[in-house]
Design a protein around this ligand. Structure first.
Ligand code: KDG
Ligand code: MG
Length: 402
């Protein structure tokens, strides 16, 4: 089962996605997601110019060896571009293995550990009444876990809140937006938001919130403590995690559970957080953390320390990632929750998929492989459009964490 082709497909059905397609001499193909929001072409080039040529002639069934070859063989290890490229190869090879054995990916991993995958959706408002309306819609749809984000009075732009009434999309076409931020105003406002949610809907649904790296460790500790009465499922990315030891300070002050890791690329990014039990959920995802082969290693390590998975699942990871992640989630013994933000309609047409959603639970389906395909003719009708993530500045102009 030799690899005879490896092609990179860049398409923009509503937003940019990078997909790797690997074809074997038996005519079987697999696809993997290689999308790195705002830096798409860097991964496309890394794959096209440096990885694809070295894949030709290799045995597509040697998934682990190819992973090690790409990781160790490059000499330059880790980093988002490298690990996203490796992930795309890895997921495409697992897809091929599923297709040649006739098995859905979750069966190859060891079978289903549960009936379905609990996903959380996004309830977002420009103000509290609007956030409550969106929350009510999610409850109506059967969501068991809901993330709430809300505009903060007198703060011009807040992470997760769309400018208009459309679907939230973090990247802006053609320009780098500048957002302004005030931790003080945010910290005063957020407990009122959760109080309103719990007062109206009670405690039956899991409540999640993304701080998006905005606070210092002591501010994050204050937030965690102030929202304890509202029993959050998690507060996400309370402070940037390059310095993993910083989370000790947060832990000393609050029992609000913590989720971290959507920007992580390898097990080394989360090692201390996991082994010292400084977090409760690890958010590393297939596309940015080395694919099935590496994320499985992270999840197994996390399980030793009672840390559960909570994979990143925004619309800027393609439907290919979503499909593969659902297989992973169905298997992972220490699964916690999966983010599901949804996709633009055009993206769902370009990527036909086997997954299904029912009352807040998802299932990857039983198609061989990960069950997501790409319609290349349709993809070609949506050319790449440059788009960038915003930056955030404090009110005095200091560049901050977006
Ligand atoms: O590209 C950046 C997004 O993926 C990120 O901002 C989304 O924080 C995010 C989340 O939790 O979905
Ligand atoms: Mg996040």
């Amino acid at each position: 089962m030799k690899i005879v082709r490896a092609d990179v497909i860049v398409t923009c059905p509503g937003r940019n996605f990078v997909t790797l397609k690997i074809v074997t001499d038996e005519g079987v193909y697999g696809i993997g997601d290689a999308t790195l929001n705002g830096r798409e072409l860097a991964v496309a080039s890394y794959l096209k110019d440096h990885v694809c040529p070295t894949l030709i002639g290799r045995d597509a069934g040697c998934i682990e060896d190819i992973w090690q070859y790409l990781y160790k063989g490059a000499y330059w290890r880790r980093g988002p571009v490298t690990m996203t490229a490796i992930a795309a190869v890895d997921v495409a090879l697992w897809d091929i293995l599923g297709k040649v054995t006739g098995m859905p990916l979750y069966r190859l991993l060891g079978g289903a550990s549960r009936d379905g995958v609990m996903v959380y959706g996004h309830a977002t408002g420009h103000d509290i009444p609007e956030a409550l309306d969106r929350y009510a819609e999610h409850v109506e749809m059967g969501y068991k876990a809901i993330r709430v984000q809300c505009g903060v009075p007198n703060v011009r732009s807040v992470y997760g809140v769309p400018k208009d009434n459309g679907m939230y999309e973090p990247a802006t076409k053609g320009t780098v937006e500048e957002h302004s931020w005030s931790s003080e105003k945010y910290l005063d406002f957020v407990p009122k938001l959760f109080e309103a949610v719990r007062a109206k809907f009670g405690f039956d649904t899991h409540l999640l919130h993304d701080v998006h790296h905005r606070l210092t460790p002591i501010e994050a500790a204050r937030l965690g403590k102030s929202v304890e009465p509202y029993r959050l499922f998690w507060m996400e990315d309370p402070t940037p995690a390059e310095n993993q030891a910083a989370f000790r300070l947060i832990r000393e002050h609050t029992v609000t559970p913590i989720a971290v890791g959507e920007v992580f690329n390898s097990i080394w990014d989360c090692k201390q957080l996991i082994e010292e039990q400084l977090i409760d959920y690890i958010r590393a995802t297939l596309t940015h953390a080395g694919g099935i082969t590496h994320l499985r290693r992270i999840a197994d390590f996390a399980s030793l320390c009672q840390v559960r998975t909570g994979c990143h699942g925004p619309s800027d990871l393609s439907p290919v990632c979503m499909g593969a992640a659902l297989h992973f989630d169905l298997w992972a013994p220490n699964f916690g929750v999966q983010e599901y933000m949804g996709f633009p309609e055009a993206a769902l047409e370009v990527f036909p998929h086997a997954w299904r959603f029912e009352r807040g639970m998802m299932h990857p389906g039983d198609a061989p492989g990960h069950g997501v395909d790409i319609d290349e003719a349709l993809a070609a009708r949506y050319p790449y459009t440059p788009a960038y993530l915003p930056v955030a500045r404090l009110e005095d102009g200091t560049l901050w964490n977006w």
